[in-house]
Design a protein around this ligand. Structure first.
Ligand code: FES
Length: 291
C-alpha cells in the first residue's frame, strides 16, 4: 500500500455523523471510532476501550462524552477517561485515555490521518477545492486498491447535473466520446450528450478535465458550452489494500430542493460508477454510469 499514515483521507460525509452519534470506519486497516458530541466537532479514536477492549463505536454519546457500552467508562473530547461507574469516588488517572487521530472537517467531508500533526491538511483540502458551499452527495465502498481506482476515476465523466435535472430527474442520457486523452495523473475528454430518444439537434457537448492534485483526491471539472463549470470531488479512503471508499462532493446550488435533487442524481451516478470500478475488464468507452 503506497498510502502513508501521514496522508489525509476522507472517511465520511459530515452529514453522516450527526451530533450525538458514533460509528466505525476503517483507514489503512485501522479500526477507528468516529463520533460527535452534542456540541462539538468530529473525533476519531482507536476503536478499542482501554479497559477491556470493547469497540468504542458501540458506545453511547452522552453530552460531549463517549460512554463505553461494556462497563460505562466515559471519555471526554480530549480522549481522557473522566468517569468510572464502578469507582464513582475516584478520579481516573491521566494515563487512562484512548489513542486519538487527526480529524478535520471541510468541504462536507470528515478527514482523518493516522500520524503526524495538522500539517498538510490545507494542501489536501485545497486540492479538493473543498469549500464552505460544498455539498456531500454519497459514499460508495468498492473492491480494489486506492491506486487502481484512482487511475480509473481520473477519467470519470457524467452528464452535467444542471442539464440532467433540467431535463427530468432520472432521465437517461447517451454519450459519445468525441475526444479523449491521458497524461500523468490527468485526463481530458469531450463527450457529446443526448437525452435518450431525443433528436440529434438537442445534443450538447461537455469537456472534462480530471486531475489528481493529492494522493487521496480526484477532481473532475466539467464545462458545457457557456455554462459555469461544474466540479465534482472524489475523495478516496484507503480502507485496506483491497477496499477503498469513494466520497463524492460537489457544489451547493444554495437552494435546498435543488441540492436534494443533485444529491439523488450523483447518488445514482455513483452506484453505476461502483459497477464500473469493480469491473476493470470493462473498456473505458464502455463506462456508462449515466444510463
Ligand atoms: S471495556 Fe470499556 S468500560 Fe470496560
Amino acid at each position: 500500500m503506497s498510502e502513508t499514515r501521514q496522508d489525509w483521507h476522507a472517511v465520511a460525509g459530515m452529514s453522516d455523523l450527526p451530533a450525538g452519534t458514533a460509528r466505525a470506519v476503517t483507514l489503512l486497516g485501522e479500526d477507528i471510532a468516529l463520533w460527535r458530541g452534542e456540541s462539538g466537532s468530529a473525533q476519531a479514536w482507536r476503536n478499542q476501550c482501554p479497559h477491556r477492549g470493547m469497540r468504542l463505536s458501540f458506545g453511547q454519546v452522552r453530552g460531549d462524552r463517549l460512554s463505553c457500552r461494556y462497563h460505562g467508562w466515559q471519555f471526554d473530547t480530549a480522549a481522557q477517561c473522566k468517569f468510572m461507574p464502578a469507582h464513582r469516588k475516584i478520579s481516573p488517572p491521566a494515563s487512562v485515555c484512548v489513542p486519538s487521530y487527526g480529524c478535520r472537517e471541510s468541504g462536507g467531508l470528515i478527514w482523518i490521518r493516522l500520524a503526524g500533526d495538522g500539517d498538510g491538511f490545507e494542501d489536501t483540502a485545497a486540492a479538493g477545492d473543498t469549500q464552505a458551499d460544498a455539498l456531500f452527495c454519497k459514499s460508495i465502498f468498492v473492491d480494489g486498491s486506492l491506486e487502481t481506482l484512482a487511475d480509473r476515476l481520473v477519467g470519470a465523466y457524467f452528464p452535467p447535473a444542471s442539464r440532467a435535472l433540467e431535463a427530468m430527474p432520472g432521465a437517461g442520457f447517451e454519450g459519445e466520446v468525441l475526444d479523449h486523452g491521458r497524461g500523468a495523473d490527468e485526463s481530458h475528454a469531450v463527450v457529446a450528450w443526448r437525452r435518450r430518444g431525443r433528436e440529434p439537434e438537442e445534443a450538447f457537448s461537455t469537456s472534462y478535465h480530471g486531475m489528481r492534485p493529492a494522493r487521496s483526491v480526484i477532481r473532475v471539472v466539467a464545462k458545457t458550452e457557456d455554462e459555469p463549470p461544474e466540479a465534482l470531488m472524489l475523495a478516496l479512503q484507503a480502507m485496506t489494500e483491497r477496499r477503498t471508499g469513494v466520497h463524492l462532493a460537489t457544489q451547493s446550488s444554495g437552494n435546498d430542493e435543488t441540492d436534494r435533487q443533485r444529491r439523488l442524481y450523483f447518488g445514482r451516478w455513483a452506484r453505476r460508477l461502483r459497477w464500473f470500478l469493480e469491473h476493470p475488464e470493462a473498456p473505458f468507452d464502455g463506462f456508462r454510469p449515466w444510463t
